[in-house]
Design a binder for this molecule. Structure first.
Ligand code: 5RP
Length: 242
């Protein structure tokens, strides 16, 4: 983690994986504090969102009444195992609060890059119908500008995915088909993911529109103006951005 402070210059802090887990836990626990009785919740995916489900399960065991709509088969299985009641869009078209992680959070705008876990489509559907989306991250996810060191995941239809590559290159991305071993990684919806390496993104909204306009693209990992609050786990405590 690069940290820069005034005239003190910049230095690198190396966080161990257990320190990182501690930061994720603190952020996730703070997010779950916002859950109230009777809420329909969006349950995110990824390691931080899974911690949130664990913390939520502890509150459910003590009598909290909520129902969750999971954003992945993995989160659904975890919630079931821990006794968090689940529901679906067949019963509820509207979500009170969703809690999810992110791969990058742009500090000034709370715009996000998501999808390194491959669940961006369901996560975005859930976020888009949520009154509030709270994002829980460790401080390594916070950036001044999206892009750069993290690729932008794009979910594409498997048929003709090669044709999408040409358009992405024209937009300025370096596309790479995500693999699981020797075969293409498949999302829960049975689609492929193309990871696009791109320099800093000056206008995420325009990039999202340009990529979404490519035939064969299902959804991008750019989450624009969807987050209402970000809980950032830092060694000194949780920073709340809103
Ligand atoms: C999955 C996601 C995750 O929320 C994102 O990858 C962050 O995961 P983690 O908390 O494990 O770093 O978008 O599609």
């Amino acid at each position: 983690l690069w940290q820069c402070a005034g005239r003190g210059g910049c230095h690198v802090t190396i966080l161990s994986s257990s320190e990182l887990d501690g930061l994720k836990h603190a952020a996730a626990a703070r997010a779950v504090e916002e859950v109230e009785n009777g809420m329909v919740l969006g349950l995110g995916s990824g390691s931080t969102a899974e911690i949130a489900v664990q913390v939520l399960a502890e509150r459910v065991a003590k009598g909290l009444r909520v129902q969750g709509i999971p954003t992945s088969a993995k989160t659904a299985a975890l919630a079931r195992r821990l006794g968090v009641p689940l529901t679906s869009f067949a019963e509820h078209h509207h979500i009170d609060l969703s809690i999810d992680g992110a791969d990058q959070v742009e500090r000034g705008t709370m715009n996000l890059i998501k999808g390194l876990g491959g669940d961006l489509l369901r996560e975005k559907i859930v976020a888009s119908v949520s009154d509030r989306m709270i994002v829980a991250v460790d401080e390594t996810k916070l950036v001044d500008h999206l892009g750069g060191n993290r690729p932008l995941p794009v979910e594409v239809v498997s048929f003709g995915w090669q044709t999408v590559f040409d358009h992405l290159v024209a937009i300025g991305c370096v596309p790479r088909l995500r693999l699981a071993g020797d075969t293409p990684f498949l999302t829960d919806g049975g689609n492929y993911i193309v990871d696009c390496t791109i320099a800093e993104i000056p206008d995420p909204e325009m990039l999202d529109a340009n990529i979404s306009a490519i035939v064969g693209v299902i959804e991008t990992g750019l989450f624009i103006a969807l987050a209402s609050k970000v809980m950032v786990g830092r060694p000194a405590g949780v920073e709340v951005i809103e």
